[in-house]
Design a protein around this ligand. Structure first.
Ligand code: PHE
Length: 463
């Protein structure tokens, strides 16, 4: 049965972003993260460049943007934490409150992802120190690889940096919407764009910029595999922060007069531009130093430092680069904490600060599992009896399960719910898209998006 909506009057602690720009900066801050600067370049490298980039762009357009609009819509329409918002929107449309399972999965995923995202944010923070101290200068590839393995092998060092990173995140979120999140993104995002421009400008001087451009933009479909297509789709989800209730949480603070459609498109374009710029900043350096673009996850922590250690002013650029990475990870991490905190806060047991500390400590504690699975527990592979998970540490399993099960599940349910069960008039009004654009979105969210996500979902589980 549907619940009476009057018990859900907007809680007093709730505020709104002070402008459309504030929301755009926050949502872009969420979406621009390790995914853009660490993961995008290396998955592009591993999957052969141009053709992969093209598929990725298509996935953003056909799946990412429509789902982002749907998530922001639910948040703003419900004006509560993602789970309650989902329930309210369901009630208003006279469908079962059980649909909120989509948001429950999302909030849980956010919690789990933050636990290991913070560990990786900690790696980046520790590399700011290495870069600034000149630890890369004149080093061999082995010595630099050694630095990275030594970091992963030390539970204490990892724990320290994980804790530092988590404290930064808790600090911002505890201060609330305006003086916490909004202030942080208005300082960090312009800084991030500035640093990225400097990095790309520097890359342009290496003499290998053209090579990077053709690597990224000349599609060669003969090197694109089916796996590559699926990775592109999964990455589109991750990079836009979808399926984790984040855009619902941020959307719940969005003013009523703002067009969700235009705003979501702006955020997605900014995210894509940053990913491409990161590629343009990184690959020239890779090519200039005769390094391998397909180096994998170590591209940023092993390959690039090697280059920084050899280039003129490498200490300066290396430090700037890792500061950039920390900023990007930080604004993403606060957006992962927000939906969970918002949920606990709406329960009215603890205030803002209390809720943030409780959730933050929980995430921090769970993060210790990932830290230990890098070293002391690295031999412990719980699902080793299934061939597919052989050798997967607990960290590997958390990563796999969130990225390949929870996010697509939450995204799929949201797309079906909004596309098929929400009254069209309220979508027309809230998205505020022009006629044909609305029709395009409506068809995408009803047909193309769910089908594409379902296919990937099924393939990922079976493969
Ligand atoms: N979008 C972020 C990135 O690209 C990751 C992220 C996912 C952040 C979900 C918040 C929520 O790194």
């Amino acid at each position: 049965m549907t619940k009476p909506t009057k018990t859900y009057s907007t809680p007093a602690h709730r505020g709104l972003w002070s402008s459309r720009l504030a929301f755009i900066l926050a949502a872009t801050g969420s979406s621009v993260g390790l995914g853009n600067i660490w993961k995008f370049p290396y998955v592009t490298g591993e999957n052969g460049g141009g053709a992969f980039v093209l598929v990725y762009l298509l996935c953003i357009a056909i799946i990412g943007i429509p789902i982002m609009m749907a998530e922001v819509f639910i948040g703003r329409n419900g004006r509560h934490n993602p789970i309650t918002s989902f329930r309210l929107v369901a009630a208003r449309n006279l469908v079962s409150p059980a649909w909120r399972v989509s948001a429950i999965v999302g909030v849980l995923a956010a919690f789990i992802i933050l636990s290991f995202y913070s560990m990786i944010g900690g790696w980046a923070a520790s590399y700011v120190g290495h870069a600034a101290m000149g630890d890369f200068s004149g080093q061999t590839a082995e010595a630099i690889g050694e630095l990275f393995s030594a970091l992963l092998a030390s539970p204490v060092t990892l724990l320290i940096w994980h804790s530092v990173f988590m404290v930064l995140v808790i600090f911002v979120v505890a201060r609330g919407l305006k003086s916490g999140l909004e202030r942080a993104v208005t300082i960090l995002m312009p800084a991030l764009f500035g640093l990225l421009l400097i990095a790309a400008a520097y890359a342009a001087t290496t003499g290998h910029f053209g090579e990077a451009v053709s690597f990224l933009f000349t599609p060669d479909f003969s090197v694109l595999t089916m796996d590559g297509v699926l990775i592109a789709l999964g990455h589109a989800f991750f990079t836009l922060s979808l399926g984790m209730a984040v855009m619902m949480a941020y959307g719940s603070y969005l003013g009523d007069d703002i067009s969700i459609g235009r705003t979501a498109v702006t955020v997605s374009i900014m995210d894509t531009v940053v990913a491409l710029m990161a590629g343009l900043a990184i690959f020239p350096v890779v090519f200039a130093n005769g390094l391998e673009p397909s180096a994998g996850p170590g591209l940023i922590f092993e390959t690039l430092p090697l280059a920084f250690g050899q280039m003129p002013m490498g200490i300066l650029f290396g430090t700037l680069f890792f500061v950039l990475l920390v900023f990007a990870a930080w604004t993403s991490a606060i957006s992962l904490l927000e939906p969970v905190v918002e949920w606990l806060e709406d329960k009215l047991i603890f205030g803002r600060v209390g809720s943030t500390v409780v959730v933050g400590l929980g995430c921090w504690a769970l993060g210790i599992v990932s830290i230990l699975s890098m070293n002391l527990w690295s031999g412990f592979a719980p699902l080793g009896m299934f061939e597919r998970f052989e050798g997967q540490t607990i960290f590997g399993l958390l990563d796999f399960f969130t990225a390949n099960v929870m996010l697509p599940l939450s995204g799929l349910l949201t797309a079906v719910f909004v596309g098929w069960f929400v009254a069209k008039e309220s979508l027309v009004k809230d998205l505020a898209l022009k006629g044909p654009t609305f029709t395009l979105w409506y068809n995408l969210i009803r047909y193309a998006t769910p089908v594409a996500v379902a296919v990937v979902f099924a393939y990922n589980l079976m493969a």
